[in-house]
Design a protein around this ligand. Structure first.
Ligand code: GAL
Ligand code: MG
Length: 1000
């Protein structure tokens, strides 16, 4: 059955498609690789004679065939209204032939197309087989009748724009083509069509149970039987597939129907099957109740008193093997399913896993790859998930569609809580499509097929109805379908609570707002109507140099009821690099007519997978252990707390080291007490470390938390966090020797002259705007005063040979005047002392920084500083920064945010030295925010991509007495008030030693 022009029809979801299911059939023929391809201008265009070749899977938009990616956030890339489809509609025709394996001659053969954007039409040997819409779920078609022995020709036609595109208006790149695997599989004419494994765990009895429902389809004979083993132990043997009389759905049978005659009661046998690595054997006896159901449906229930539960911290899985036996007792088919025993529940306003309130240390994750668009290998997925585990992230929202299937196998294995999201976002038409009955089938289809595919994954703990699609009856329909089909998991849908956090109960069990302030969380937690757990669907917009005040969110979350965390927006910077030259592109770089620029560059990972410095903060705030009491530190004792929910800390190795002015001392192992989840305990520091602590020059104790054993995601010894206890907050001395033949040389406007300076020390009140600074409401405030353009006027210079007092004014483009008095003193040892006095008038309500900028001549290569490091940190993102003495190449200090902006800051700095052929040292009487790099503010401001920045040899140094925090205002709250910089008087003293011999 086919439909003419299905891409035009909003009701179309698919024709001739097989039912979605959760079974993996092993007997496969992989069809990935090079396919013949042609791109037609419209779906109606005739197929030409010219074919090129293209890689499957992989978006065609990334393979240089003429149709390029388009980035839009909310706006549809073509004119509506729905269901209008543009006449220019790139259509890819994929062709390949395959040999039908000889052993498949009498088999049923199924085609699986993992994902096609956006409407797929399938034909084989000239027969039209079927169609499908929905770009992020597999479509399966039974090809059996259309195949012939020997070579067969398969044509997959993919129409880029369809009525369904309006449901796929996620904030990401628009691509086209086949983006996931394509394969065939074969089954017998009687086959296991589906498997539903409900693996439950009861924390009160510490026992598990398995309810396994097997759907057998095809030709059913009385002799067909199912046999089930869990971890090598038979829990159901000889269960007849077909019963004489039909029964109601077996899964719903009450236990009193447990009639031995009809259902059979089997005690277990230990079969001792070999287990796959990483899976646990099950030793104890089992009881199984067997419920043969209506034709083809078999349910086996087993109590498993000794299973170990699955959690994200303890991802223990067991292997379930289902054999389908024929009347002659041969095994027709074997299906293997890994299960994890766990129970998800919402109780008293808390989301519980195995009875415990969990934390959602989550990220939103798109499928992204800079070279292929969104096609990822298993190795890519492993690398990505390993990065998350190593940063203590325990939860993923699959924003905004179901991921490729292997992803969930890995989240089961590695241990993550997954909110699996349906591929529904009609953002541009959010107000209408959720109530448009023409789109009702698609809403339900997308939700239902996700559930049918992913229901057996222990990592999936909640279903999401999609994203940014308003809230309407189509949502309630999808919610109803899921609730009835899978009562074991709660629902998540932000649209249902977008207007009122206490509303939307039929479509969401979790209050899942986007980008609230920490304060809003507290208000919710204390509100008398509050009944549901709150997990932010999105927060902490990670665009550019961002993620200020993550700690403030977690202070609120950890101290109030109902709050359980959230998902940071988002994991990836979606910078595309089709030709592999390392120049990542964003919206507009492909000549798109309509686009949203750099707004897709908003992740915690650079496009190549390197973490942004913000990931250090994430890692720290989600760390497995914390220091809760330091009162007895100088007596060599610390109180630590296990911050986990389920696991002890036995898999971790903890060491300590003392940071001093001179550097960090030796690391020594701490004997950790056994701490149950949530438990506190006192540790004794190694004697030598205690002795170091009370020694001279100690500034902090650093406590390193590392993995003690190899895991799938990290080798033993991988650092998971470093905690610190500051003993003495800062140093004021600086490690510089006197300079020779010092003079105090000023130009005629009172600026210091020195052979090592290309720009003298001047007041600086501006920073290259971060993405957050450019957000609408912040930009207004920061730019209104015209701080980006200031003119300096020198009013007076009063000087002697060794002192100078320079009074200057800085006039902003907005007409405000900042006063700056600088008193420079040449000290006996040749060092210059600066006393700065800056007056920022009330007229300037906010400014990004108050500090000194200077620029050094070429030749400085290393920087050593004493302050917060080693990674980039800012006043509202420094929880993970460590106070100490750090050493780095000047070129390593900047952070290559794809759109250039303020970056590379380090806080709490009391001195820094720049080294090369010469040495320059700066020391401060108060902790400063510094940055060291090659590019000026103007360089950063005026270039669109980091790879366009000019390469300079000079070194630009900023030392700020006040520096605005980062916030996350590109979407979300501005910098919290305590991290803003406002008017007032700023006074500080610092020393500059120019041009000594480099110290060793
Ligand atoms: C959210 C949306 C995301 C993304 C983000 C901004 O509103 O759900 O898909 O657009 O804003 O980057
Ligand atoms: Mg959106």
């Amino acid at each position: 059955m086919t439909v003419a022009s299905p891409w035009l029809i909003p009701e179309h979801v698919g024709t001739g498609r097989l039912r979605a299911h959760a079974v993996d059939h092993d007997d496969r023929l992989n069809l990935n690789g090079r396919w013949d391809f042609q791109l037609l201008p419209t779906p109606e265009s005739p197929i030409g004679a010219e074919w090129t070749t293209l890689t499957v899977p992989g978006a065609w938009t990334m393979q240089g065939i003429g149709d390029t990616p388009i980035y839009t956030n909310v706006t549809m890339p073509f004119d509506g209204p729905p269901p209008r489809v543009p006449p220019a509609n790139p259509t890819g025709v994929y062709r390949r032939s395959f040999e039908l394996p000889a052993q498949w001659a009498s088999h049923r053969v199924v085609l699986n197309v993992g994902a096609a954007e956006s409407t797929l039409l399938v034909s084989v040997n000239g027969h039209r087989i079927g169609t499908s819409s929905g770009s992020r779920l597999a479509a399966e078609f039974d090809l059996t009748g259309a195949l012939r022995p020997g070579p067969n020709e398969l044509i997959l036609t993919v129409v880029k724009w369809s009525a369904a595109s309006y449901l796929e208006d996620q904030d990401q790149w628009w691509h086209g083509g086949i983006t996931r695997d394509v394969y065939l599989y074969a089954t017998g004419d009687t086959y296991i069509a589906d498997l539903t494994a409900v693996a439950d765990y009861d924390a009160d009895t510490a026992g598990g149970s398995l309810e396994l429902t097997v759907q057998v389809d095809g030709r059913l004979d009385p002799g067909h039987r199912i046999e089930v083993r869990v971890a090598g132990t038979t829990v159901g043997a000889e269960v007849p597939v077909r019963q004489a009389r039909e029964l109601p759905s077996a899964a719903g049978l009450p236990p009193e129907l447990d009639d031995v005659d009809l259902f059979g009661l089997h005690s277990a046998t230990i079969a001792g099957q070999p287990m796959a690595p990483g899976l646990r054997p099950l030793a104890d006896a089992l009881l199984a109740r067997l419920f043969p159901g209506p034709a083809g449906l078999v349910t086996v229930r087993a109590e498993l008193p000794d299973v170990r539960p699955w959690t994200a911290e303890t991802p223990v899985r067991y292997e379930v093997v289902v054999n389908l036996r024929g009347p002659d007792d041969t095994i027709i088919e074997t299906v293997t399913q890994r299960v994890g025993f766990r129970r998800v529940a919402i109780s008293d306003g808390n989301l519980l896993v195995n009875g415990q309130r969990i934390w959602i240390h989550g990220v939103n994750r798109h499928e992204f790859h800079p070279r292929t668009g969104r096609t990822l290998t298993r190795a890519d997925l492993e690398r990505e998930l390993a990065v998350l585990k190593r940063h203590n992230i325990n939860a993923i929202r699959t924003a905004h569609y179901p991921p490729q299937p292997e992803f969930l196998d890995l989240t089961d294995e590695y241990g993550f809580y997954v909110f699996d999201e349906a591929d529904i976002e009609c953002h541009d038409y959010a107000a209408t499509l959720c109530g448009d009955a023409r789109y009702l089938p698609a809403f339900v289809d997308r939700a239902a097929r996700m559930v049918l595919r992913d229901k057996n994954h222990p990592s999936v703990i909640a279903w999401s109805l999609g994203n940014e699609s308003g809230y309407g009856p189509n949502h309630d329909a999808a919610a109803g379908w899921i609730r009835s089909a899978d009562p074991t998991r709660p629902l998540h849908y932000e649209g249902a609570i977008a207007r009122d956090w206490h509303a939307g109960h039929s479509a969401t069990d979790i209050v899942c707002p986007m980008y609230p302030t920490p304060e809003a969380l507290r208000i919710y937690a204390r509100h008398p109507h509050t009944r549901r757990p709150l997990i932010m669907s999105e927060y902490q917009h990670a665009m550019g140099n961002s993620n200020g005040s993550l700690d403030a969110y977690w202070e609120a979350i950890r101290s109030e009821p109902y709050l359980q965390g959230g998902f940071i927006w988002e994991l990836w910077d979606h910078g595309l690099d089709p030709d592999g030259d390392g120049r990542y592109r964003y919206g507009g770089d492909f000549g798109e007519a309509v686009h949203d620029g750099e707004f897709c560059i908003d992740g915690l990972l650079f496009p190549d997978g390197t973490p942004h410095p913000a990931m250090r903060e994430v890692r720290h705030i989600f760390g497995p252990l914390s220091v809760t009491d330091t009162t007895d530190l100088l007596d060599g004792r610390l109180t630590l707390r296990n911050e986990r929910t389920f696991a002890d800390l036995g898999d971790l190795a903890v060491t300590v080291a003392v940071a001093t002015e001179a550097g960090t001392g030796p690391e020594r192992t701490v004997a950790m007490p056994a701490l149950a989840p949530g438990e506190k305990g006192v540790v004794e520091l190694p004697t030598a470390t205690s002795a170091d602590l009370i020694g001279a020059g100690t500034v902090a104790l650093h406590l390193y938390v590392r993995t003690a054993t190899d895991t799938v995601w990290a080798a033993a010894g991988t650092e998971l966090d470093v905690r610190q206890v500051v003993v003495r907050p800062q140093q004021t001395s600086y490690p510089a020797a006197p300079s020779a033949n010092p003079v105090l040389d000023l130009d005629d406007v009172g600026l210091l002259r020195h052979p090592l300076l290309t720009t003298p020390p001047k007041l600086c009140v501006w920073r290259a705007p971060t993405d957050n600074d450019l957000s609408r409401f912040v930009r207004g405030r920061l730019l209104r005063t015209g701080l980006d353009t200031v003119t300096r006027t020198c009013d007076q210079v009063a000087r002697t040979d060794t002192t100078a007092t320079i009074a200057a004014r800085y006039l902003t483009a907005g007409g405000a005047e900042i006063g700056h008095t600088q008193r420079i003193t040449l000290l006996d040892d040749g060092v210059l002392r600066f006393d700065e006095l800056v007056t920022v008038p009330e007229k300037i309500a906010e400014l990004p920084r108050v500090g000194i900028e200077l620029q050094l001549t070429p030749g400085f290569e290393r920087v050593i500083w004493f302050g917060d490091g080693p990674h980039e940190n800012y006043p509202d993102r420094r929880a993970a920064a460590l106070l100490g003495r750090w050493d780095a190449a000047v070129d390593e200090m900047p952070v290559p945010y794809l759109r250039p902006q303020e970056n590379g800051g380090r806080g709490s700095v009391s001195w820094l030295c720049l080294r090369g052929a010469h040495q320059v040292a700066l020391a401060f009487d108060q902790p400063m925010q510094i940055s060291v790099g090659r590019n000026t503010i103007e360089d950063l401001r005026s270039h669109r991509h980091v790879w366009e920045l000019p390469h300079r040899e000079t070194t630009v140094v900023h030392c700020d007495i006040a520096h605005r925090g980062l916030g996350s205002a590109s979407v979300g709250p501005d910098v919290l008030p305590e991290f803003r910089v406002g008017p007032g008087i700023f006074a500080w003293r610092w020393h500059l030693a120019l041009g000594q011999e480099a110290l060793s």
